[in-house]
Design a protein around this ligand. Structure first.
Ligand SMILES: [Zn+2]
Ligand SMILES: [Zn+2]
Length: 296
């Protein structure tokens, strides 16, 4: 969602990570068209550029700025444009992938399954943004109304849903795997210290490993209220301990943000022992993409 803060963060001209698998366009709430986002990504030196526009959602699951009708109407154009671009990109030595960020909505798996079965995407990013009909990453005011125990409940439910999302077999990548911290990072970290949190987290990341779902490391959190990479260090440590594979993402919604803070992401991932990220290749296979971790 939006509510983006400016960080003033300086990026290297050329990204030390060559692949960004999470970008949006004006077909949802992004600010630029497919071509403009492609050119912006290319100018960062990316050689694999994955678009992951939002998917249409079932009735009753909407954001004010990302309404269902627009996503449904725009989808054929989005798919056509990215496919055309892939042809041109190949001639320029850049691989363009057609992905989708499909919502995982508990109880509505059939809707998502039918949607994905009818279309041929290169990869599917699973985005967990809803608890029931509540889009929890849209509005800070929603969180201001919640007591601490209510927030703790939301965190635990998020990881229950993440486990179910990974177990659904619908997704290749788990997007922003602690997005639930977006408006309440202090309480979220306090929850991570509780006895109940670790088993819940382990179950979710265990389901991720079991299903071969990639853990997304996203710089979007740096641009949001929480001011921290998704996922935070404690979850990264657990992911590394479990041997999860990772994918990098900017979640760019404007031409300034493809490969955003990727030098920082590279250093962060390297500090947990990672030396490569992965690209889903279908049939449970991945392609490894080594990255370098530049000095600060
Ligand atoms: Zn998302
Ligand atoms: Zn996204």
């Amino acid at each position: 969602m939006n509510s983006t803060l400016f960080s003033g963060r300086q990026d290297l001209a050329v990204s030390p990570i060559a692949v960004d698998l999470h970008m949006h366009t004006g077909y949802s709430h992004g600010e630029a068209d497919v071509e403009t986002m492609y050119l912006a990504a290319r100018s960062k030196g990316l050689t694999v550029i994955g678009f992951s526009e939002h998917s249409p959602r079932p009735d009753g699951f909407s954001y004010p700025s990302d309404y269902r009708e627009k996503l449904a109407h725009g989808l054929p154009g989005y798919m056509r444009e990215v496919r055309e671009l892939a042809g041109r990109g190949a001639a320029q030595g850049v691989e363009v992938l057609l992905g989708i960020e499909a919502d995982y909505i508990r109880g509505r798996e059939e809707y998502t399954r039918d949607f994905l079965r009818a279309r041929n995407f290169d990869y599917i990013v699973g985005g967990l943004h809803f608890q029931g009909a509540w889009g929890f990453d849209a509005d800070q005011a929603d969180w201001a109304r919640l007591s601490r125990p209510e927030r703790f409940k939301a965190y635990a439910r998020y990881y229950d849903d993440l486990a179910a999302m990974c177990g659904s077999g619908l997704f290749h990548i788990a997007a922003h795997p602690d997005l639930i911290k977006i408006f309440s990072i202090g309480d979220f970290n306090a929850w991570l210290d509780t006895e109940e949190a670790l088993p819940v987290l382990r179950r979710a990341l265990g389901a991720m490993r079991e299903a071969g779902v990639l853990l997304e490391i996203s710089s979007a959190g740096l641009r949001k209220r929480c001011g921290e990479i998704y996922p935070g260090p404690r979850i990264m440590a657990l992911a590394a301990e479990l041997g999860l594979s990772v994918a990098f993402a900017s979640d760019a919604h404007c031409p300034d943000t493809p490969a955003f803070a990727f030098a920082e992401l590279a250093r962060y991932a390297a500090s947990f022992g990672y030396t490569y990220s992965c690209i889903p290749m279908g049939g449970g296979k991945v392609r490894r993409m080594p990255f370098s971790a530049p000095q600060p």
